[in-house]
Structures are given as structure tokens and as C-alpha cells.
Design a protein around this ligand. Structure first.
Ligand SMILES: [Zn+2]
Length: 172
């Protein structure tokens, strides 16, 4: 008896995508439109990548993304890097070339070079990251200290770097 091949059966494929079935024994469906491949992930981590702003995703929780991965976004000549769609990033032109990386520790890559940008306070304000609020007097000291001790590694444990699932994109 020959069993029908359900691996190409569209409703099941859609269901598996919805389920995010990734564990051993589940179907591993790789969609290059939605998932970064190994080479892309390693490039983003090690060298960073330059892309026009409109290629990035604006996730509904206000973080930035590429496919199903969150990002750090920055300009080579600036002093700060961005984790969210703060007013500074919103002021950039949609075709502005920006650097993006997924690097969680140390300096940010600029291809073969690197830069020691600081985290953007406006991004932390927008995200209310760990209660960050420079607009409330009683929180100013706390918030300034949060900037000094800020860790991207910790940030990307709270805002999972990869994979980002089930997070609608803002439509702009
Ligand atoms: Zn920012």
C-alpha cells in the first residue's frame, strides 16, 4: 500500500509553520523569506551588515528585526546604537543605510572594524526597559545607572534575539 505524501500538502505545511514546529521529530521547514540561514546569522554576529532601513522589520513591540531575528541598529558615525524604533531612528530616511548586528557582547562590528557605541537612552525609554524612565524625577538616578550597567546579553534574554515568533509587524 502506498501512503499519500503529506509533506507537500499545503494546509499541513501552513499548520506546521503556525505551530513553529522545530523540535527533533517535527518537520523542519526552512523558509528563506522568513528565516536567516547559518551564513547570514554568522555574518550578522561577526561582521554586521549594512542595509537600507526599509529592509528591516518593525516588530509590534517596537524592536527592530530582520526576518525572524531581533537586531541592534546603528550608524557608523554616531555614538549610540538602537534597540527600538525610538524618535532618532524614526527620523532616518527609509532608504538610509544602517548597520545591523546580533552581537550580544563587546564592540559592535562595522565589517572588519568595530565601534564602541553606547546604548540609546530614547530606546530604553520607549521600551520602559526594566522600569527605565528619565522623565520621572525619582527614576532619573536609577535610569542613568541602568545606561551605565546596560548589557545587550541581558537585553536579548528578555527580548529573545532569535527566533521571534508570533509577533505582528507594525504596518507603516
Ligand atoms: Zn534609539
Amino acid at each position: 500500500m502506498k501512503l499519500p505524501d503529506f509533506t507537500e500538502f499545503e494546509p499541513f505545511k501552513a499548520l506546521r509553520l503556525t505551530m513553529g514546529a522545530r523540535k527533533a521529530g517535527h518537520f523542519e521547514l526552512f523558509n528563506p523569506e522568513r528565516h536567516l540561514n547559518g551564513r547570514e546569522r554568522s555574518e550578522l554576529d561577526l561582521q554586521g551588515k549594512q542595509l537600507p532601513l526599509h529592509r528591516l522589520k518593525q516588530f509590534a513591540d517596537t524592536t527592530w528585526g530582520l526576518k525572524n531575528t531581533r537586531l541592534v541598529v546603528y550608524l557608523a558615525e554616531a555614538n549610540h546604537y538602537h534597540l527600538a524604533q525610538c524618535p532618532i531612528t524614526q527620523s532616518w530616511a527609509y532608504n538610509q543605510n544602517v548597520w545591523v548586528t546580533t552581537r550580544r557582547t563587546g564592540h559592535l562590528p562595522l565589517g572588519d572594524k568595530s565601534t564602541s557605541h553606547q546604548v540609546c537612552a530614547e530606546c530604553l525609554q520607549l521600551l520602559s526597559y526594566k522600569g527605565f524612565d528619565l522623565q520621572k524625577n525619582r527614576k532619573i538616578t536609577y535610569s542613568k545607572n541602568l545606561i551605565k550597567t546596560f548589557s545587550r546579553e541581558e537585553f536579548f534574554r528578555i527580548y529573545t534575539l532569535y527566533p521571534v515568533q508570533g509577533l505582528a509587524e507594525k504596518f507603516t
